[in-house]
Design a protein around this ligand. Structure first.
Ligand code: C2O
Ligand code: CU
Length: 544
């Protein structure tokens, strides 16, 4: 196994990813940041120097389980103190499983400001993947706003009557490139021939097959990715091989990754659009585009057609169909334990708490303390977070998921779920109405430190007596990120076998910022001494 060294400096830079110039957080001057490539079993070392003048940071390796290194998960408030301006933090971890992953800041709303990138872990030499291809490409999908993330964060923290949601993004980016219509630019400089907003081009040779590794690091949008005129064969999801299935286009939620096979089998005398469209929210953003360029056709030549506009944004059944089709590849199937030891039911709602709009589970909106949980639990600093455990369920019998929440007993809390080490845990995500009449939103939930089996999903209220009978215990896909559909439920199962403290949260950055997450702890007493590099904030200062 190899060790891959990376030296990163985080700075603000003026960037024009969609032709409009604005401040972005960059790694070595780039957004998205540099690709990380490795092979299974390799060690990655990233020396992060925080050269933001006045902001802390922390970087999370999304999808990497950090087995044995929970302090390298990069989650501020959970696994480490933030990296202070001008400080350097060294991340060092093993990538133990092949697949497509991503990284991003896990501090404030910096992911949205541009601090993100992709990780590709290859299979070891000699290992046969269950498919073949001639070449591979990486595609990182994102959404992009023109106002600053401070502007956005401030709006989210305003009391009810002044509350301002981040709203729909101005652009959709493919590998950091989009194209805003400069004639609409109200302020700032917009230059439609800026090299940073040149469309992404994938060049293909007729008859060849390509593996496209696709990751979505969006802050808000669920996306649908399509290559005009070409079908895609889904072969991997969140680092797990999928029993292959063919789609015309791919739904991808924030925090998800997929690999698809593309065969260059269409008329090779023209180019085709790559298209990224918003789904699951009423789109207010133009299609994000790129070009599939057939070799020998000038790569700047635009297709003679309009870019695909994707499926109907609110066709939830269409989204569900793809989830149901995503199952473990028969040769790599690792079925779940037949039973679980504990079932936690999480009602997802928007609450009004002390005049603020917050997202909650079971009427509790999560607050992150500024002493990281990992340090607090390990060193028994009981006073730094709420010790009374959070609720295991909600009032299933009486709660009406189809109307705005009554906000009964809605609170904020720092409490965490303690899991018995080695136990099998089911989590049922239950969606409900928001504060707006006839509205329920899609939430992509991401678990740190584990993969989970996706046992099932459905509409309406989950019934603990009958719904588990229809769980797929035979070949469910394992993932680290799964969508909860409007007014629906999703059931997952995982083994609490990775000592550490792990966030489980909605991957929509503004929802997480507004409290939509919980934290699991398991087996921290089995860990050796914590590295001092993660300490130094709150009550974790050495000597406290
Ligand atoms: Cu990609 Cu906790 O996030
Ligand atoms: Cu959400």
């Amino acid at each position: 196994a190899k060790v891959h060294y990376h030296k990163w400096e985080i700075t603000y830079q003026y960037k024009s990813p969609d032709c409009l110039n604005k401040l972005a957080i960059t790694i070595n001057g780039q957004t998205p940041g540099p690709m990380i490539y490795a092979s299974q079993g390799d060690t990655i070392v990233v020396e992060v120097k925080n050269s933001l003048l006045t902001e802390n940071t922390a970087i999370h390796w999304h999808g990497i389980r950090q087995i044995g290194t929970p302090w390298m998960d990069g989650t501020e408030g959970v696994t480490q103190c933030p990296i202070l301006p001008s400080d350097t933090f060294i991340y060092r971890f093993v990538v133990d499983r092949p697949g497509t992953y991503m990284y991003h800041s896990h501090y404030g709303m910096q992911r949205s400001a541009g601090l993100n990138g992709m990780i590709v872990v290859k299979v070891p030499e000699g290992f046969k993947e269950p498919f073949t291809y001639d070449r591979e490409y990486n595609i990182l999908l994102n959404d992009w706003w023109h106002n600053s993330t401070y502007d956005q964060a401030t709006g989210l923290l305003m009391p009810e009557n002044q509350f301002k949601f981040v709203g729909e993004p101005q652009s959709l980016l493919l590998n950091g490139h989009g194209r805003f219509n400069c004639s609409l630019a109200a302020s700032g400089s917009c230059n439609s021939s800026h090299p940073e907003c040149a469309l992404l081009k994938l060049t293909v040779v007729p008859g060849k097959t390509y593996l496209l590794r696709i990751a979505s690091v969006t802050s808000l949008s669920a996306l649908n990715f399509e290559i005009e005129g070409h079908s895609l064969t889904v072969v991997e999801a969140d680092g797990h091989y999928v029993d292959p299935f063919i789609v015309k286009n791919l739904n991808i939620y924030s925090g998800e990754t997929y690999s698809v096979l593309l065969r260059a089998d269409q008329n090779p005398t023209r180019n085709y659009w790559l298209a990224s469209n918003v789904v699951s929210r009423k789109p207010g953003t133009p299609t994000g585009t790129g070009l599939l360029n057939y070799y020998r056709i000038p790569h700047g030549r635009l297709p003679p057609t309009a870019p695909p506009s994707g499926p109907l944004w609110n066709d939830t059944y269409y989204m569900m169909k793809q989830s149901w089709a995503t199952r473990a590849h028969p040769n790599f199937n690792e079925p779940p334990p037949a039973k679980s030891n504990r079932v936690i039911i999480l009602l997802n709602t928007q609450n009004r708490i002390d005049g603020l709009t917050r997202w909650s589970v079971n009427n509790v909106s999560h607050d992150f303390p500024h002493t990281p949980y990992l340090i607090a639990v390990k060193n028994k600093l009981r006073h730094v977070f709420e010790q009374k455990p959070p609720p295991e369920t909600y009032d299933i019998k009486n709660y009406d998921i189809n109307v705005p929440p009554p906000n009964r007993n809605a609170t904020r809390s720092t409490a965490i779920y303690k899991l018995e080490f080695g136990s099998v845990v089911d989590v049922i995500l239950q969606n409900a109405n928001t504060q707006t009449v006839n509205n329920s939103e899609t939430h992509p939930w991401h678990l740190h430190g584990h993969d989970f089996w996706v046992l099932g999903s459905g509409w309406g209220k989950f019934n603990p007596e009958t719904d588990p009978k229809n769980y797929n215990l035979k070949d469910p896909i394992m993932k680290n990120n799964v969508a909860l559909q409007p007014y629906g439920w999703t059931a997952i199962r995982f083994k609490a076998d990775n000592p550490g403290v792990w966030a489980f949260h909605c991957h929509i950055e503004s929802h997480f910022f507004m409290g939509m997450g919980i934290v699991f702890e398991e087996g921290v007493n089995r860990l050796g001494k914590l590295p001092t590099s993660i300490m130094g904030c709150g009550k974790s200062k050495v000597g406290n």
